[in-house]
Design a protein around this ligand. Structure first.
Ligand code: ZN
Length: 62
C-alpha cells in the first residue's frame, strides 16, 4: 500500500511530496532530490500503520 506524504526541503524549504510504500517497513530512509532546487534530501520515514499515516523528516545532504 502506498501513501503520498509531504515534506519540506532541508535546503530551500519548499514543499515536496513523495509516495511511500508503507508495507516496506515502519521506518525507512531514502534520498530524494527536491523538485524545486534539485538538492538531495535524506528522508527519514516513520510509518503509522494504525492510522495509515506517514511522517517524513527531511535532512539536507550537503
Ligand atoms: Zn529544495
Amino acid at each position: 500500500m502506498e501513501i503520498e506524504a509531504t515534506w519540506y526541503c532541508g535546503y530551500c524549504g519548499e514543499e515536496n511530496s513523495s509516495v511511500v510504500d508503507i508495507t516496506a517497513g515502519d521506518e525507512q530512509t531514502f534520498v530524494e532530490d527536491c523538485s524545486v532546487c534539485c538538492n538531495p534530501n535524506t528522508l527519514h520515514i516513520a510509518v503509522d500503520r494504525d492510522n495509515e499515516d506517514v511522517d517524513i523528516e527531511a535532512e539536507y545532504e550537503g
